[in-house]
Ligand binder design. Structure first.
Ligand code: NAD
Length: 477
């Protein structure tokens, strides 16, 4: 069985020296494709040395030159987008059209950070005494340990690498073991663009072994993690124990509020597109649909009709609109959510469309009148299952929306500016999108509050995450 040479350290690709390797499975068939090499302690020690040397070179490379190299990497991702998209779909399962958007969008993230890195301005602070010059420089924080998940193997990783490199940091990224190939190809674009040896390093392996090894090391100055709340809590604690700055982009349970004055047809169509994109495995996907009484039946009918038309199948088939879930764990999680909601008194609003028994498929599922006691109203489903709930007054919808410890994304639909303003002010979330889907552009901050984590990726905040201010007070010579 082929084993990918997936470990990239000091400009060299190897299969890693761990006794274990990971199975890469095609989620549309459940069959093993090949193995991914795992990094052992020797590889991690070499990665730390490499990142340390890489940082010394890269921090002394001008922002102009860094930007030039990054833009070249962006162009390479565009030239290789089709190949990368095929890898994403083969290993992760999403429809090829979505994979093309993901692969094609990587260059946008890199370009934006490449430009923003040239604008990492410091400032001059007027001093209390004549002759004293007070300046603030924005310096790269140091080598970064980054952990990215499988749901968007390229978009999640590219933000971390591009942000770190634009700021002048080096990085050791642990990619997702389930979906390694597109991550490797992305890193190859940085390598081929001329990023010096040691600046970008990529590893795969046993997640907890890698995070504990890297975060404890004195070399690492910054930790960035995207994934589930429990793992984020653990890594956040580890980072704080070792006094490392940390960005955590964790789970969500986004409310989607439909008011009685909204364009209900348009809201239902967006509801379906957002729910079933990437089979619902999106941290910012809507999950709790809160609909005002007067339009409840109309919304539920349109949403269920749209869900019923979603074509489920292999992501490589161009007719497919929703692929399999990424792994078997997600399928049993969906079955649990649905069974629990039905037991709690919810009703099924979609027909039980048969899906292939091979691979990790689950039909688009909408549950209506889901009681607050159902697990689906508390735990993040991270899959193609939606809960629809009725509300009377806007304040009731806000109370339900804000009742969970999550606070990543929130959506609302209304025809009234007054209500739109109230909802955007009062929804407790890091990102609010009113009357459309408008999240995740490279130039806008992406991140949450409460248990959804802290810090932002994207926007100027995304660059600041990798910078550290240095204050200099100087008397003229
Ligand atoms: P999981 O909690 O086992 O893993 C989530 C991610 O964290 C994976 O990429 C995994 O490799 C990594 N990970 C796990 N333990 C780690 C450790 N000790 N150190 C470093 N990395 C570690 O969950 P899963 O079954 O893979 O995914 C399902 C859950 O993860 C979902 O419920 C969802 O909340 C969350 N998730 C969120 C995002 C996101 O975009 N925020 C992406 C993927 C998964």
């Amino acid at each position: 069985m082929e084993k990918l040479k997936s470990i990239f350290v000091n400009n060299e690709w190897t299969a890693g020296r761990h006794r274990l390797a990971g199975d890469v499975i095609d989620p549309a068939t459940g069959k093993k494709l090949y193995e991914v090499g795992f990094a052992g302690p020797e590889d991690l020690a070499a990665a730390l040395e490499s990142a340390s040397r890489g940082f010394e070179i890269w921090r002394k490379t001008s922002a102009y030159e860094r930007s030039r190299i990054l833009r070249k990497a962006a162009d390479l991702t565009r030239a290789r987008a089709e190949e990368i998209a095929q890898m994403i779909t083969r290993e992760q399962g999403k429809p090829i059209a979505e994979a093309r958007m993901e692969a094609g969008g990587a260059g946008d993230h890199i370009d934006w950070y490449a430009e923003e890195g040239r604008r990492a301005y410091g400032r001059v602070i007027p001093s209390r005494a004549i002759g004293v010059r007070q300046t603030v420089l924005q310096e790269p924080i140091g080598p970064v340990a980054a952990f990215s998940p499988w749901n968007f193997p390229v978009s999640q990783l590219v933000r971390k690498i591009a942000g770190a490199l634009a700021a002048g940091c080096s990085i050791i990224a642990k990619g997702p073991e389930e979906t390694p190939s597109s991550c490797m190809e992305l890193v190859r674009c940085f390598q081929d663009a001329g990023v010096p040896a040691g600046v970008v390093n990529l590893v795969f392996g046993v997640p907890h072994e890698i995070s504990e090894y890297l975060i404890r090391s004195d070399v690492i100055r910054k930790v960035s993690f995207t994934g589930s709340v429990p793992v984020g809590r653990h890594l956040g604690a580890l980072a704080s124990q070792h006094l490392k700055r940390c960005t955590l982009e964790l789970g969500g349970h986004a409310p989607f509020i439909v008011c009685d004055d909204a364009d209900v047809g348009a809201a239902a169509q967006i509801a379906s597109t957002l729910k079933f994109r990437n089979a619902g495995q999106v941290c910012a996907a809507p999950t709790r649909y809160l609909v005002q009484s007067a339009v409840y039946d109309k919304f539920l009918d349109s949403f269920s009709a749209a869900a019923g038309k979603v074509v489920v199948g292999s992501g490589l088939d161009s007719a497919t609109q929703m692929g399999p879930l990424a792994n078997a764990r997600r399928v049993s999680a969906m079955q649990d959510f649905v069974a629990d909601a039905l037991r709690s008194g919810a009703t099924l609003a979609t027909k039980n469309t048969p899906v292939s028994e091979h691979g990790f498929f689950h039909a688009p599922t909408i549950l209506a009148d889901v009681p607050a006691s159902a697990k689906l109203m508390r735990d993040e489903p991270f899959g193609p299952v939606a809960a629809v709930v009725r509300f009377e007054e806007i304040e009731d919808a806000l109370a339900i929306a804000n009742s969970l410890p999550f606070g990543l994304a929130a959506f609302a639909f209304t025809g009234s500016i007054k209500r739109a303003t109230l909802l955007s002010d009062e929804l407790a979330a890091g990102m609010v999108s009113i009357n459309h889907f408008g999240l995740a552009a490279p130039e806008t901050p992406f991140g949450g509050i409460k248990d959804s984590g802290y810090g932002s990726e994207g926007g100027s905040e995304g660059l600041s995450a990798y910078l550290s201010p240095k204050f200099i007070s100087q008397v003229g010579i």
